[in-house]
Design a protein around this ligand. Sequence first.
Ligand code: UN1
Length: 485
Amino acid sequence: MKHNGTIVALQQYLNGNWVPGQGSGISTQAAVDGTTVLAEGLAASHEQVAAAFDAAHQAKKSWASTPMAARGAILAKAAGYLKEHSESFGAELAAEEGKTRAEGTGEVLRAAQILTYYSGEAERAAGTVFQSPRAGEQILVTHKPLGVVGVITPFNFPIGIPAWKIAPALVFGNTVVFKPASLVPLLALRFVQALEYAGLPAGVLNLIIGPGALGDAIIANEYLNGLTFTGSTGVGRKLCAAGAARGIPVQAEMGGKNASVVLADADLDLASEQVLFGAFRSTGQKCTATSRLILDETIADEFLDKLTVRLDQWVTGDPLDPSVHMGPLVDAKSARSAALGVAQALEQGATLHYRGQAPETPSFLAPTILELPAGKAGRANCAWRDEFFAPILSVQRAKGPQEAFEAAEDSEFGLSLALFTSNLALALEAQQTLDVGILHVNSESAGADPHVPFGGAKASGYGPKEQGAAAREFYTHTTTTYLRG
Ligand code: UN1
């Protein structure tokens, strides 16, 4: 299916009004060719960022005192709107970001599921009552919103990540200034439209579209009470430091260099399917993607044969074509830098184990498997160290589970790990000893359910985790009340 040719007008959403930006011209192109314009408009100016904060600040009192059930009902209605439009929004997402149409529609439905989940928080969220050591007294812990929350999101889940940050922010009573990645603003706009349709009051959610530099104006704004960010470790750490300097909480979900570990007793058919999905779905552009593969040396050749047989069937091409398994990267720049990473890895001693087929256009990179020499020396390679955010898998062989675990731990990141084994004792050992935020036993490294904590260890995360009950820790703060009648 081809894009229908309509160019969407990119506008800012300030205090309940759609207004043109006052900054420089911006446009987004189809990932597949980098030229078909999907949306265009003007970026937000710094004055408009300030106006977004003024609106969010003005709205915060009345939103915080709106009953939680009423806040939840708006989220539920927005979920319905997204479900209704999941096919068309999913196609837009695929065109703009480059993941397949099925993945795009799936992501829109996931955003709807997240809104539905948090609408239910309106009934579930409760405080705590403690016994007092003194007669005639109770101690109550109640939650209240942070206030105005800044939300900065990356390009790779253009509606999923906004949903999993903005839905809890809103249901817990915060107002929001939202800046999506400038590469993919279209689905951010759709998300805001869904909440507008659902009756969200003016000022509660404000959208500013523009370059990354607007992030500096967000972190510096006097009305900002908390910031949630997903993106690179470099930018995340800068925002964390700036937030700490002015005493506001920052939640940062940053890079990953996730390993899949396949032990000798694993079900290799299952493992090869799951590693394929983990490494190459969404063109490897997930912070949870598998980019390191650690194979017990006794099954390494057999496993790699199974994986490459699967990859031979893996079709790379136009993400809107239903027969395609993998689309392009988000843009030609990302594809170029990933290709450069592969060239560097080869110079540093990696060998090319596999390269699949891909269209010869600038935003594509064929699925690639690199093999690294065994031991610590192999792990000094940039293909082991650096997050490429691309369909590139770096393999190392290990002698037995302990060496495999040691290799898995040898990374500055600690987001997700997939372990393939039929040995429960080893799975439990991994759970108890490996420094990762998410462990998958016998399933791929990517994926996240809305009701459980999401986030990483080491350079992958900072601040309270996201999602589920963990979200309340970030989006609220508590008051402890010593209550006597
Ligand atoms: C998933 O694995 O489905 O930026 C979600 C990311 C993560 C979300 C991963 N924050 O890729």
